[in-house]
Design a protein around this ligand. Structure first.
Ligand SMILES: N[C@@H](CCC(=O)N[C@@H](CS)C(=O)NCC(=O)O)C(=O)O
Length: 233
């Protein structure tokens, strides 16, 4: 029953955003170094930026900043001066910035063709639907749960509009586990290499270099993350 609730509400978030982040758009220059993104789940501003990463087929080193988290929130405060999310670091350009719409604009200019899709371009629609899309998941994933800190960042293959992937992102965020996000939305040139590695085209797919585990299936991944990293388990 809980699983049905999770899947239905997670699916609803993607529908409310008209599937934004499901399909790759026009891709431009590729970054040499991976961009860093400080964000958290169920933040409507962070979602827009993650959608941009999926549409532009960009990887990201995600630093989850759940409310009450001891690590990356403070890192952002030190770097930028305030704990506000999303916060983007582009080491290729020496740029660090707040403000979701500025970040989205920057990403499409630097790594796309400069044209925003309508889901990210029309202000009222973009902002209202981003807020509404967070409601079905009622804050899941946005609050810190005390966790062990891994030596190495995990890796997640997914894309923003995948309802199953969202459930895994929520777990990673609430445990404040850093991860390399590999976006493989529909039309992604990265899909071929992903299938060669994993054996099939299905997301989410988690790699944990700390334990050597590699898993499909969102429910199994969420259980694995809790069993491995949640304090007290
Ligand atoms: N105008 C900013 C608003 C960002 C914003 O208000 N983010 C909220 C999270 S949704 C935040 O950082 N709140 C502080 C906190 O969570 O501690 C943007 O579009 O990026």
């Amino acid at each position: 029953m809980a699983r049905l609730f999770d899947l239905t509400t997670s699916f609803a978030t993607s529908v409310l955003r008209a599937g934004s982040g499901m399909q790759v758009g026009a891709i431009g220059r590729r970054p040499e170094k991976t961009l860093e993104l400080y964000e958290f789940e169920n933040c409507p501003f962070c979602r827009k930026v993650r959608e941009a990463f999926s549409i532009l087929d960009l990887d990201a080193d995600v630093r989850p900043c759940p409310k009450g988290g001891p690590g990356y929130r403070e890192a952002v405060r030190k770097r930028g001066g305030k704990a506000q999310f999303p916060y983007l670091v582009d080491p290729n350009a020496g740029i660090e910035m707040y403000e979701s719409d500025d970040i989205v604009r920057y990403l499409f200019d630097a790594y796309g063709d400069g044209k925003l899709p309508w889901t990210l371009a029309v202000p009222a629609l973009r902002d209202i639907s981003s807020v509404l899309s967070g409601l079905p998941r009622v804050g899941y994933g946005s609050h810190y749960r005390a966790a062990r800190v891994p030596d190495q960042a995990l890796e997640l293959y997914s894309f923003e509009a995948s309802p199953f992937s969202r459930l895994v992102r929520e777990a990673l965020c609430s445990l404040e586990l850093p991860y390399r996000l590999h976006n493989v939305a529909k039309g992604s040139p990265a899909r071929e290499a992903f299938v060669a590695r994993s054996g099939r085209m299905m997301v989410p797919y988690l790699i944990d270099p700390n334990t050597g585990r590699e898993l499909f299936e969102s429910a199994d991944i969420v259980r694995y993350l809790d069993d491995t990293y949640l304090e007290g388990r």
